[in-house]
Design a protein around this ligand. Structure first.
Ligand code: HAM
Length: 476
């Protein structure tokens, strides 16, 4: 026997009844986004690798080790003179003496260089949304763009509870030219207030909003110098990751979870001390608006986030029920991202929620499995299964009845005339609130026998009244 195939490590199948909960979460999110006047954007699940390298940052964990990247099959030949202008940052991988080119029947000489496009499954969606904003000139309307998305993302992380290699995000971005008000602290506060509303409407209780400002690019450059200087005497006593980060991206040292490093990190300078007046004013206006709206938050000066595009306001919502992967969602402002991707100035702010984690939180919180939805009725055709002509006739009649009731909006499960009555009852009790028996007698008389499981009462119902009867709550 051949070996059975399984879903790839870090990916999973979502099955009913849990998918009903996923759908409810998405429906609630769409309804809340609509009230805040957001429209949906759907971008491709793969993009040029360069988008993430430039957008998210080459030094981040996401780009340096977690992306699913491959070379596209097509080859483009360039000559020596063109080669220096084309590099990885432009989204290509180059080859000399490329065997794939030979395979594709392209003549290879000593002077030939070949380029292949480098493509990547999206590890996040902010870079894609900003690329689309630039590509479609969305800023030209002068209006603020308020866009939301729901969809899969891919990161090659070590899988564990709440952390997968394919996971789903529900996210939103507010972006526009400065004249649209995109830079205003009111945008930050409105996005955070919307998130508090959304989590409340999803029924998620006990969340904590961690809030920080990582300042402007200039503030961060100042902080980078202060942090590097403070790290010099202590970094030798820190973990290997911190020693590496101290060189590549010192801000990420603040993210370290190693217990022995914590007392050292507490002595490092905080970014709040490096903010200029403008950044301080912006942050104070965000917190004042949150206070006025009654949205609770905790200031967390160590919240730096794992993506390079952030400026000023950054945030995460955590939940105690999630264990190690406790971030329900994260986000922040990215005032320079559009320019980094070659676009016009377009400050923005957004977030992404981990939908897998929302589901985990709700399941734990409800302390129950997602309850399977119950059909209004199970139709049980009944006849002597050995008589093939009768079986075909009663099954066809049952399909007609099911069609009639479904057209009236009822949820119907359809059995089979080949089942014995006992088997029909067993199947019906698992899936529906009532069973409708359809035998030769019922077919002739037009009076159907209906049993309601919650009360055990059996009722004779004329076919014309059946839909109305089945719509009644089962407990009556
Ligand atoms: P992020 O913090 O990398 O931000 O991801 C946001 C959320 O996605 C996390 O808080 C978590 O709930 C979920 N998530 C991330 N990785 C995984 C994983 N491997 N398995 C399950 N869930 C995961 C971003 O992606 C930014 N694009 C957010 C943003 C939008 N910032 C501005 N706009």
């Amino acid at each position: 026997m051949s070996q059975t195939l399984k879903a790839v490590r870090g990916t999973r199948d979502l099955l009913p009844p849990e998918t009903a909960l996923w759908n409810r979460i998405e429906a609630t999110a769409r309804a809340v986004f609509a009230r805040y006047n957001f429209g949906e954007i759907r971008t491709p699940v793969f993009e040029d690798t360069a988008l993430f390298a430039r957008g998210v940052g080459e030094e981040t964990d996401i780009v340096s080790k977690e992306m699913y990247t491959w070379e596209d099959r097509d080859r483009l030949r360039v000559d020596d003179a063109q080669k220096p202008a084309i590099n990885r940052a432009a989204g290509f991988v180059s080859f000399k003496n490329d065997s794939k080119a030979t395979e594709l029947g392209i003549e290879v000489t000593d002077q030939s260089y070949f380029l292949a496009r480098s493509l990547t499954l999206r590890p996040e969606n902010t870079a894609g949304v900003v690329r689309a904003y630039i590509e479609h000139g969305l800023g030209e309307s002068g209006q603020l763009q308020k866009l939301y998305y729901i969809g899969p993302q891919f990161r090659r992380e070590r899988p564990q509870k709440g952390r997968y290699r394919q996971f789903a995000q529900i996210g939103a971005e507010v972006i526009g030219p400065p004249s649209s008000g995109s830079e205003s602290p009111l945008r930050d506060a409105e996005v955070l207030e919307m998130l508090a509303t959304l989590l409340d409407e999803l029924g998620i209780t006990g969340w904590t909003l961690h809030l920080n400002s990582v300042g402007s690019a200039a503030d961060r450059a100042r902080y980078d110098i202060a942090l590097r200087a403070a790290l010099v005497p202590v970094v030798g006593q820190m973990c290997a990751d911190c020693q590496r980060r101290a060189v590549t991206n010192p801000l990420r040292v603040l993210d370290c979870k190693v217990p022995a490093d914590q007392p050292i990190i507490e002595t490092l300078p905080v970014i709040a001390d490096s903010l200029d007046e403008e950044s301080k004013k912006h942050f104070a206006a965000v917190t004042a608006a949150l206070d006025a709206a009654g949205v609770p938050y905790t200031l967390n000066h160590r919240l730096v986030r794992g993506l390079d595009y952030y400026t000023r306001t950054t945030f995460e919502f955590t939940h105690g029920g999630l264990g190690a992967q406790n971030a329900l969602l994260g986000g922040g402002r990215y005032d320079g991202l559009s320019e980094a991707l070659g676009g016009p100035r377009a400050p923005g702010i957004g977030f992404a929620m981990g939908e897998d984690r929302l589901v985990l939180t709700l399941l734990a919180q409800l302390d129950q499995k997602a309850v399977p939805p119950q059909a209004d009725a199970f139709i049980a055709p009944l006849c002597d299964a050995k008589d093939e002509a009768k079986l075909a006739r009663i099954n066809a009649a049952a399909l007609v009845l099911a069609r009639e009731l479904r057209h009236k909006g009822l949820w119907i499960e359809l059995g089979d005339g080949g089942f014995r009555l006992k088997k029909s009852f067993e199947a019906a009790e698992k899936t529906a609130r009532r069973i409708v028996i359809l035998g030769e007698d019922e077919l002739q008389s037009g009076i159907l026998t209906v049993k309601t499981f919650s009360t055990g009462i059996q009722t004779k119902v004329p076919r014309a009244e059946l839909a109305a009867f089945l719509s009644e709550p089962a407990s009556e």
